[in-house]
Ligand binder design. Structure first.
Ligand SMILES: [Zn+2]
Length: 259
């Protein structure tokens, strides 16, 4: 009996400090591991339910919109076999890749495959997520014309304008055939005339957050197509950087606070 009592004391002597140490280590780690468990559990529930992502507070949310898709090939012109929808998607996927290298950015894509997505649906994706910025990617078409232009809403929101300016500047740094500048409204209506603010591109007019529509060169201009193919990586990086720099300057993106 005495032997047994001594053994229990010895066990207690070892076990109690050990238990305290384990407890100390556990309290140091639980914060992080609980968070991880919760977020992974949340993610799996989300993917099963296929619901919209729950966004973290303070997360910088950027929507990349690859114009057209599916039966809507986009810009067309006689003799042009290259499809705008394909170029838009290539650029959008590259931009996603570049943007995903920045910490603390949630990227939402309106499409990642060759499928038709309605204009309102594109806006809904951004509006429901409460996105910070919306960038629509397109390519132009015309009998005559070359270069890059960025369209913003006629409402002339300050950040819309900045977004377009940052994008144009960084694309120009990569190299473009011509900077056609920032344009207001809708090509078919106001043709960018600042005094004729009658209409805007649908995605610019119907998204709740700052947005712009990039026309990255003309499918009808050979040099623009060469530029697009040779500088795809750099153009995508420029677009990602424009978004990051604007987000930082306007206080939407706080990478330091996420570490
Ligand atoms: Zn287009």
């Amino acid at each position: 009996m005495a032997k047994r009592r001594v053994r229990w004391d010895r066990i207690a002597l070892v076990a109690i400090p050990l238990f305290v140490i384990i407890l100390l280590i556990a309290t140091q780690c639980t914060g992080k591991s609980n968070q991880n468990q919760e977020s992974s559990a949340e993610l799996s529930v989300q993917s099963i339910a296929d619901t919209a992502p729950t966004l973290n507070q303070g997360e910088f949310v950027v929507v990349i919109d690859a114009g057209h898709g599916g039966y809507d090939g986009g810009s067309t012109a006689q003799g042009v076999t290259r499809l705008e929808k394909d170029d838009n998607l290539r650029l959008a996927l590259k931009m996603k890749e570049k943007l995903s290298t920045y910490q603390g950015v949630t990227i939402l894509m309106t499409r990642e495959t060759d499928e038709f997505i309605g204009l309102q649906e594109r806006c809904d994706i951004a509006n429901h997520a409460g996105a910070d910025l919306f960038v629509s990617l397109h390519r132009n078409c015309a009998d005559v014309g070359y270069g890059v232009e960025v369209w913003v809403d006629n409402a002339e929101d300050r950040i819309d304008n900045l977004l377009a300016e940052y994008i144009l500047e960084l694309l120009e740094d990569v190299g473009i055939s011509r900077n056609r500048g920032k344009k207001y409204g809708f090509r078919g209506v106001s043709d960018g005339g600042a005094d004729n603010h009658t209409d805007s591109y649908y995605v610019n007019a119907n998204t709740d957050m700052p947005s712009c529509l990039v026309e990255l060169g003309f499918l009808t201009a050979e040099q623009d197509n060469i530029n697009f193919d040779t500088h795809l990586e750099e153009y995508a990086e420029a677009l990602a950087r424009a978004v990051i720099e604007l987000g930082t300057d306007e206080g939407m993106y706080h990478p330091a606070s996420l570490q």
